[in-house]
Design a protein around this ligand. Structure first.
Ligand code: ADP
Length: 497
């Protein structure tokens, strides 16, 4: 039995309040799972405009003093609970930085002020603990936006109560690292000595993620395969040497799925629920989905779906490149839900206009439609160039929608290759990030659907029976916390002796 831990999550986003990508899902779901396992979990994050599910939040009378370099700023602090759990959330109201709804875009409409916006979050997380008179065992940080917090613990706080707290940095996406002008060190109130190449400095600038990786007691990323990938030049986004240096403190832990959000048997966002024993409701979802995307409503034609940020990482340019070819050679439908790169948005709009009733595109971020799409589709497409963990492939397996994925990161760790003739596996895995590899794999899936329906049904069942719940991962995070706490205690003991 693990000891009851005091855990502070420091997060730039968290579902269901606000979510840009998987990081938000993970912070919300992991916090819930840890709370359910008896830990004292608290979360601190900015109070951006337009947060959802915060109607019950109450402001505190006493403001939070945030001690940055040479100046103090005061935030208004709001308390609320993470829905579906007893975990306390502390929302930082500070209009100069967070009065807009966008998470990673500052008041000027670009990312220029993000250094200050997130240095503020990093410092506020530390000052909040003194304010609450609550010293956590572990401060759990998430990606570059929280990278300065472990540095505070090792510098300004080292001889203060917060210096005893261990830190864990979870790397969700190495692609974003938080590069800023070196002035940020002064602004943040960090000692000038942290601006060196084995801490925050990188090519003459501040790299917040790099500093966080150097200073966290322990580090993890969101799948075992990705933990290996980020130690290689192709996967480490320029920080592979730092991660190799810290390899002994690095672990890969696959994400789980929040079953209260993503479960076809209870999903309130679907027109009909269903389960592995009775898939009837899925047919209804398919019909409604086809209608919503402007596709021909036809139960017999397989629908291949995408739900994604439209970013280079996701490999959807490969799909755009073969859109016409697929439409010409296969009896399939395609539905794309996504937002991001304007060129890709317009490529998918053009494909929809060129193939009415067969290619549907919805540009936007729409959670309800995401649920309907997972449920209504027959296959899910995820041709990612890299994917630290990926959640949608797990959602799709749970929803009886076999995924087609590229062999990378968490996709390797969560999808089992289909074995033709046996109906074994949970999806289709291809190696090369090329239009041809995707094209032929979609062809393989299409022939499975039409020519081997009993094997397609088996694939669905195999995926639906897999356990993707957070329980196993939450228990590994408990081990990680113990590992970090022991290491922090040992470091202090050796300093004193
Ligand atoms: P990433 O974090 O790289 O964006 P993940 O697969 O880990 O990718 O998580 C993405 C999350 O965001 C999933 O919950 C997915 O359903 C959701 N999502 C992505 N794009 C959209 C969209 N356009 N509309 C609704 N949900 C989306």
């Amino acid at each position: 039995m693990e000891p009851r831990r005091k855990i502070l999550m420091v997060a730039p986003e968290m579902a269901p309040f606000v979510k840009v990508g998987g990081l938000g899902d993970v912070v919300g779901a992991l916090s819930k799972a840890l709370d359910a396992r008896g830990h004292d979990v608290r979360i601190v994050m900015p109070k951006y405009a337009g947060l959802c599910h915060v109607d019950s939040a109450r402001p505190r009378n006493r403001p939070l003093r945030v001690r940055l370099g040479g100046h103090e700023l005061y935030a208004r602090l709001w308390d609320c609970e993470l829905p579906g759990s007893g975990a306390n959330c502390y929302l930082l109201e500070f209009n100069q930085y967070y009065e807009h709804a966008a998470v990673y875009v500052g008041p000027s409409g670009n990312e220029e002020h993000n250094g200050q916006r997130f240095a503020f979050l990093c410092r506020a997380a530390v000052d909040l603990c003194y304010y609450l008179d609550w010293i956590p065992d572990v401060v759990h940080c998430h990606d570059w936006a929280t990278g300065l917090t472990p540095i505070y613990l090792n510098t300004t706080e080292l001889n203060q109560p917060m210096g005893r707290a261990a830190s864990l940095m979870t790397l969700h996406n190495m692609h974003h690292q938080g590069w800023f002008h070196r002035d940020l060190v002064d602004f943040a109130g960090l000692p000038p000595s942290v601006f060196r190449s084995d801490c925050l400095e990188s090519m003459g600038e501040v790299n917040m993620l790099k500093g966080g990786v150097y200073h966290s007691t322990k580090i993890n990323t969101v799948s075992p395969t990705h933990a290996r990938e980020i130690q290689e030049p192709e996967g480490g986004g320029g920080l592979h040497h730092v991660l190799r240096y810290r390899a002994a403190d690095l672990l890969g832990v696959i994400n789980g799925v929040d079953g209260s959000e993503w479960n076809p048997a209870t999903d309130a966002l679907l027109p009909a629920t269903y389960s592995a024993n009775d898939l009837n409701g899925k047919a209804l979802c398919k019909a409604q989905m086809q209608q919503t995307y402007g596709l021909e409503v036809n139960a017999d034609i397989p629908v291949f779906a995408v739900i994604s940020r439209l970013a280079e990482q996701k490999g959807l340019d490969l799909l755009a490149a073969i859109g016409d070819r697929l439409m010409a050679s296969m009896k399939i439908q395609i539905a794309v839900l996504g937002i991001g790169d304007p060129e890709l948005e317009s490529a998918f709009r053009v494909l929809a206009a060129r193939h009415p009733g067969r290619f549907g595109t919805h540009i936007g971020f729409n959670n309800k439609l995401a649920h309907l799409t997972e449920a209504g589709a027959d296959f899910f497409l995820m041709p990612s160039r890299f994917e630290p963990c990926g959640l949608n492939q797990m959602y799709s397996m749970i929803y009886g929608t076999p995924p087609i994925v590229r062999a990378t990161g968490g996709l390797i760790d969560s999808v089992e290759q289909y074995i033709e003739g046996q109906g074994a596996g949970t999806g289709f895995v291809f190696q090369d990030a090329t239009p041809d590899a995707l094209y032929y794999t979609i062809g393989w899936a299409c022939s499975t659907y039409y020519d081997r329906p009993e094997e397609y049904a088996k694939l669905q069942q195999n995926g639906m029976q897999r356990d993707f719940s957070w329980d196993a991962s939450a228990s590994t995070y408990e081990d990680l916390y113990s590992w970090a706490v022991d290491a922090r205690n040992a470091a202090f003991a050796s300093k004193i002796s």
